[in-house]
Design a protein around this ligand. Structure first.
Ligand code: ADP
Ligand code: MG
Length: 728
């Protein structure tokens, strides 16, 4: 084993888990560092408190004068927690969170100072953020963007900083972040869903989208990770032969959590509790050193913020425990990758989950309405749904030999399939009293039992109904959930508006009763969106062929998939729903295409560097040892050496072959990269990187991985898979 590897592993094995002392109950510390309702009551004037609550519940504007009261209360609360600085906390399109800290401290002359935090500083800030991606918006319109307070996501204290969740927009109002379009999409679904709910219950005033994410990740010893330039720079291993033992024994899944990892999780969960992130589940995942963490679901905007915050906190806590968290969708070849299931549902202010079973036939018809409209929305917008989860790193899951496939389909289970089959046969137009009774008793009426029993799970489906929610499973582990959540809520909002129009036409023009009209439209929707329903094995070749026949898209790479974001249809949809204007849609698309290019470019550079500067020299060194050996044998045995040196000589040639292939492929890849870099058209560049540069990754990797098996372990410079994955 090389000295570097030896010491990295030795250090890792000698690390004692950091014992986490917990004296308080979790429920007692939950939300302690959040400026929540209780804290607001205590620190705000009545007027200020009511004003914030009104903004949260009804989206009303906060008066500047009142903002001064709020900021003062917030500051006092924060200072009581030892806070010295504040920051507007936002989610630019780089995929991580951004913050710029300012001190409360302010000198007032004569060597004195005070702590100050005015309403203006709370409500709006102008970060010098000209280097965040903006797809040309800011260049075209205005030089700078600003951040504005989002009162629907509570301020929190992290370390010694007060963090204020904000949106990030240009001076002309275009969104430069993930949160702005999400908030608009949540507004759209609220309005559209409330309108539809009115058919069933006039008391519904608000509908919230809820999100429960499940975050998968790998935990790798920090020292071992640092010994791999590919992990350091790209978050994944670009090469490495698979370990003799992998995940084939399934002995990690739901197994005992290793002690060091357990202490990390406890520490992480404590931090989450303080920040009001309601984490509930933790377990081992399929691959060695792979884990999952999931909270109780929450209102979607808050849940998205929590996930972004969590990823940041996970990194920070990992440092304390000498771990590195790998969020990448595919850090190890041949080993299970990581995703982030997005469990999604809609609930009303009257406490009803619109995707859950009800107690009366009418509430079950409501369930069917939302259920079928969601299916129709996904059917009509499957390309956009696919685009919402496209990224260079998620390409390793979708469309590769990994769950789920790049084809978007919806799984609903056997029993709901038969409910839809029955509904499909409902009479056109007016229903006879017998038919109505039959429908209510035997179809709609049975739904609660069916849903209770909906344990039928198909793990290969990218979008599955699981009893009282849809589970969007194709989301990548590195993704910001805002992207898929914006798309999902927008398409369903649009669909519900369409539905309402169609039902009203039947009621007004054909004088159908409300429930007859609803049955009629749902029947048509079932027929029209049948193609998206799939219950079989999503990984099989047969499905690819079948999906093609059904006209479903199958975009295996990001450059192909992203295109749907700027189709005429998508641009119009986002405009109609007031989620994004055309400039915003186009700029976002450009940012994502560019991000793809940069991603592959960096991977190409790192791989070329490791192959040429680490692997080839090591192989040459080992080859020289073999040559010395052959020379020695010749010296001693004269002409008889050939028989004795046969294997060594074959090995020398084999190594030469691999070195030759690595060098020529790295040269070819570099040339393709240069050509791609010279393309001025961004789309062409992305396609060149995808189809002409990236294919060399596998070629180069193949020969490097072969060398790993041939070369003396003592010389091998890179920490191996077995060491990365099995050091506990
Ligand atoms: P798994 O998918 O791992 O089998 P579950 O299906 O039990 O686990 O739940 C997964 C996630 O679904 C949890 O994080 C939970 O908070 C979330 N969830 C449950 N109900 C809802 C809902 N109505 N809306 C959104 N998310 C929900
Ligand atoms: Mg799940």
């Amino acid at each position: 084993m090389s000295t570097l590897r030896f010491y990295a592993i030795k250090k890792s094995l000698n690390r004692k888990p950091i014992k986490i002392e917990e004296k308080e109950r979790r429920s007692a510390i939950f939300g302690r560092n959040v400026f929540n309702e209780d804290e607001m009551r205590q620190y705000l004037t009545k007027e200020a408190f009511n004003s914030v609550m009104d903004a949260i519940q009804n989206g009303s504007k906060i008066d500047r004068g009142v903002a001064d009261h709020i900021s003062t209360g917030m500051k006092e609360w924060a200072i009581s927690k030892g806070v010295t600085h504040y920051t507007h906390w936002f989610q630019p399109l780089t995929g991580s969170t951004a913050e710029k800290h300012d001190a409360f401290f302010e000198p007032i002359g004569n060597g004195r100072a005070i702590e100050k935090f005015g309403g203006g500083q709370l409500v709006q800030q102008e970060p010098d953020a000209s280097s965040f991606p903006n797809g040309g918006i800011r260049n075209t319109f205005e030089a700078r963007g600003y951040t504005a307070w989002d009162p629907t996501s509570p301020a929190f204290v992290y370390g010694t900083t007060l963090c204020i969740p904000t949106v990030f927009v240009s001076y002309t109002g275009e969104a430069l972040d993930y949160k702005t379009p999400l908030l608009r999409a949540l507004q759209a679904i609220d309005t559209a869903a409330v309108d539809v709910c009115k058919y069933f219950d006039k008391n519904v005033k608000k509908v919230n989208a809820s999100l429960g994410w499940e975050q998968e990740y790998f935990l790798i010893d920090r020292g071992l990770a640092a010994s791999r330039p590919d992990i350091q720079l790209t978050g994944r291993t670009l090469l490495g032969h698979s370990s003799a033992k992998g995940q084939q024994l399934d002995d990690h899944y739901f197994g005992t959590i290793p002690n060091r990892a357990m202490q990390y999780m406890r520490d992480l969960e404590t931090e989450c509790m303080l920040l009001g992130i309601p984490v509930k589940t933790r377990h081992n995942e399929v691959a060695p050193n792979q884990f999952e963490l999931a909270p109780v679901y929450d209102e979607a905007n808050l849940a998205v913020d929590h996930n972004s915050l969590l990823m940041d906190v996970m990194d920070k806590v990992a440092e304390r425990h000498d771990f590195k968290v790998l969020f990448h969708e595919k850090p190890f070849k041949g080993v299970n990758g990581s995703g982030k299931h997005n469990n999604w549902s809609l609930s009303t202010n009257t406490g009803v989950n619109l995707l859950g079973p009800g107690k009366t036939p009418m509430s079950n018809l409501q369930f069917l309405t939302f259920f079928i409209n969601t299916i129709k929305a996904v059917h009509d917008n499957e390309e956009l749904v696919r685009a919402s989860i496209a990224s260079a790193s998620n390409d390793h899951r979708l469309g590769a030999n990994e769950a789920p496939p790049a084809i978007i389909s919806v799984f609903i289970g056997e029993q709901l399939t038969s409910v839809l089959d029955e509904l499909q046969n409902v009479t056109n137009g007016k229903l006879s009293p017998e038919e109505k009774t039959d429908l209510k008793l035997n179809v709609v009426g049975k739904i609660p039992e069916i849903l209770l029993d909906n344990t039928d799970r198909n793990r290969t489906s990218p979008f599955a109904f699981t009893g009282n929610k849809f589970e969007f499973r194709a989301v990548g582990s590195t993704a910001n959930c805002a992207n898929p959540m914006t798309v999902l809520n927008t398409i369903v909002a649009n669909q519900l508006i369409e539905f309402k129009k169609e039902v009203d036409v039947l009621i007004d023009n054909k004088s159908l009763k409300k429930d007859e009209a609803i049955f009629n439209i749902l029947r048509e929707y079932i027929k029209k969106s049948k193609n998206i329903l799939f219950e079989g094995n999503g990984y099989g070749q047969a499905w690819e062929i079948e999906a093609k026949k059904r006209g479903l898209s199958n975009f295996k790479t990001t450059p192909e998939a992203l295109k749907a974001k700027v189709s005429k249809k998508a641009i119009k949809l986002f405009e109609d729903m007031n989620v994004m204007n055309k400039v915003e849609s186009v700029s976002r698309y450009e940012i994502e295409v560019e991000e793809y290019v940069l991603h592959i470019q960096i991977e190409g550079r790192v791989l070329g560097d490791i192959a040429r500067n680490h692997i080839v020299p090591t192989a040459v060194r080992y080859q020289n040892i073999l040559i010395e050996n052959v020379k020695g044998l010749k010296e001693i045995y004269g002409t008889g050496f050939k028989k004795l040196a046969k294997e060594q000589m074959a090995l020398i040639e084999e190594i030469s072959g691999h070195i030759e292939s690595i060098n020529s492929n790295v040269t070819k890849m570099t040339n393709e990269r240069k050509k791609a870099n010279n393309l001025s058209d961004l789309e062409l560049k992305a396609h060149a990187y995808c189809n002409l540069v990236k294919p060399f990754f596998d070629e180069i990797r193949y020969h490097c991985d072969k060398l790993e098996l041939l070369v003396d372990d003592e010389l091998w410079p890179l920490t191996k898979y077995r060491e990365l994955l099995f050091t506990k």
